[in-house]
Design a protein around this ligand. Structure first.
Ligand code: MG
Length: 154
């Protein structure tokens, strides 16, 4: 299952190293010497969790369905336009963010506001629908970062 999730993320333009970079950015004030390899291993650990895998699959499925026109209106237009009042994408991602407790929530809020790295790339993609994926990616990075904050280095 983990391999399928990693492949689907890659097909949507997200490499695990992109997420690891977000983790590094989140942890820079607290652990400036954190290596990309450590961040990458934290991302890998988050992706082991079954509830995380399920949220990723659901988010990518919904983005893809909206993109292909395979979704009922008015939902399709709402998802394609990423309407500001549509908050179901964030709600889905919270299931990932909170796997290591509420510390992930602050991390998620920061990423959602600043949109560094891959998040900006996803948000500025003209033809693709990334309404769910940007929050999913931010959720994974936030959870991986919470893992570091909790000193779970295994
Ligand atoms: Mg979104």
């Amino acid at each position: 299952m983990k391999e399928i999730v990693i492949r689907q993320l890659a097909e949507r333009g997200v490499e695990l190293m992109d997420i690891a970079e977000l983790v590094r950015e989140l942890q820079r004030p607290y652990s400036p010497n954190l290596t990309p390899e450590v961040c990458l291993s934290m991302v890998g650990a988050v992706l082991e969790k079954r509830e995380v895998q399920h949220s990723i699959l659901v988010g990518i499925a919904l983005d893809t369905m909206a993109e292909d026109g395979n979704m009922l209106e008015p939902l399709r237009s709402i998802v394609v336009e990423d309407e500001p009042l549509f908050g179901v994408d964030e709600i889905l991602a919270l299931g990932i963010t909170n796997v290591y407790g509420t510390i992930g929530l602050t991390n998620f809020g920061y990423l959602d506001k600043v949109k560094p790295g891959i998040l900006r790339v996803l948000n500025n993609h003209p033809e693709k629908v990334h309404t769910f994926l940007d929050d999913i990616v931010a959720g994974i990075a936030a959870a991986a970062s919470a893992r570091i904050a909790h000193n779970i280095f295994k």
